[in-house]
Design a protein. Sequence first.
Length: 579
Amino acid sequence: MSDEMTAKGRAELREARRESRALYWVVGIFSFFVNLLMLTGPLYMLNVYDRVLSSRSFETLMTLSVLVAFLYGMMGILDFVRGRVMARVGARFQARMDRRVFGAALQATTLNRAPKEAATGLRDLEAVQRLITSPALMAVFDLPWAPLFFLGIFIFHPLLGLLAVVGAAILLIIAILNQFTTRKSLEAANAASFASEQLGAQIRNESEMVHSLGMRNAAFDRWQVARGASLDATIKSADTAGTFTASTKSFRLFLQSAMLGVGAYLVLTDQLSPGAMIAGSILLGRALAPLEMIVGQWPVFQRGREGWRKLSVLLGHIPPEAPRTALPQPKARLVAEQVTVVPPGEQQAALRLISFDIKPGQAVGVIGTSGAGKSTLARVLTGVWRPAAGKVRLDGAALDQYDPDVLGQHIGYLPQRVQLFDGTIKENIARMSMTPDDAAVVAAAQKAAAHDMILNLPDGYDTRVSASTGRLSGGQIQRIGLARAMYGDPVVLVLDEPNSNLDNDGSIALNKAIKTLKSEGKIVFIMAHRPAAIQECDTLLVIENGARRAFGPKDDVLAEMVKNHSEIKRNAGKAGGVQ
């Protein structure tokens, strides 16, 4: 099944590459003429040594030189143009796949699927793009024309041709050994480098905690271990690749010298002209240049191939979103039908057979112990996770019938841990839209009772914040997150522990916002531990071990819970008395 999914991902990448098929043909045609014009140098040397020097004709030398200058100029133009074409092929491929890979990596991270491929998805795409525009791939276009140069050498003399072919075969063997020897070391170096970067980023993101808990030396020591492993793996990979690169270069230079030596012997025995000797050496260098380039650029080639493989896995595991029919603006009616949820990557259900029917204007408090399934329900209600069985319906339509971005406009979400992005407060409330609606931003902030707080900041709504900012308190960040959840006037709001960082004024503001939403006919879900968070709730859902323990009007549910608690306590006391 995994191989089948990978094959689908590979087919998707090939389809994207196929869009530039015409440009590949253009580069191939240009490569033919570039390699044909590469014969200019050998032919020039052949004529200079065998004709110009023997005839001592300045006119012939001048004519040949002008012709050669023109031909080299044309070769340079064609080579430059094919390089620019390949640069645009790489850019087109990356632009074509950017959104797809970004979305797949985001979804894979959210759903805990194909995590390794998701973590490096965009870097893998860049590696493929660099391979497309690298000299290594250009050398692949030149490689098929190498027999043309070998044929020229054979025409000069069969012994020279045999020497060239044997030398090329040895270089090919070195290239194959390079592939098999450096693959594992290069993969290890890339993995170690990524691990050290991830650890460094995590330490930087939690810099306040690292400083406050006196963890700087310990954190540095751990990072240095990861960094050292990365450096060791990189050095080992570089040493291995460098060995083959140096061997290839040294052997090629020796081979060209050997070609001159054998050519000189043939000249001395009157089997070859001096011009053919020089021309044969030049042709050999040109024939072996693509192979040497591929060996020298092998890390780029190998990284691009690895990126292609990992992208195939990622895209195969995360298929593209199917287009959905646009549905009308839904009404605030949310129904759960025997919903069972198995978190991604796990085997056991976190929620089992949860059902409820919520009408407009209701605020539902979801309570239960830690690990009961409250946050799991929040993820299901927002469409982040899909039920393994059952359905959640918004105004009659299952949540998976909505495009994820469209669903996010109808259902606002405040997670337990609110994260702000680099940008202004206005941009964060507007969900990082490139064209934020100022009026909608202010309206959302006012509903969240965060408007006055924002105005008191140095630049108001234009105050810049970042993911690691220390400018705002936890309560301020949470209120901005609440405003972000309310942006766009969603019909359902899901708040997961919304008052965990709020002070008394913040809790009052939160309850006021919930009361306003209820009066507007919206639905509010509040996952809570603290009683203050469910003050404005008229309905309670009690979850215990992933199952619905109680559901109904708040007062009735609380009375039932207290009664059951008293009975359990009394029975426990009796049991203790018998003992």
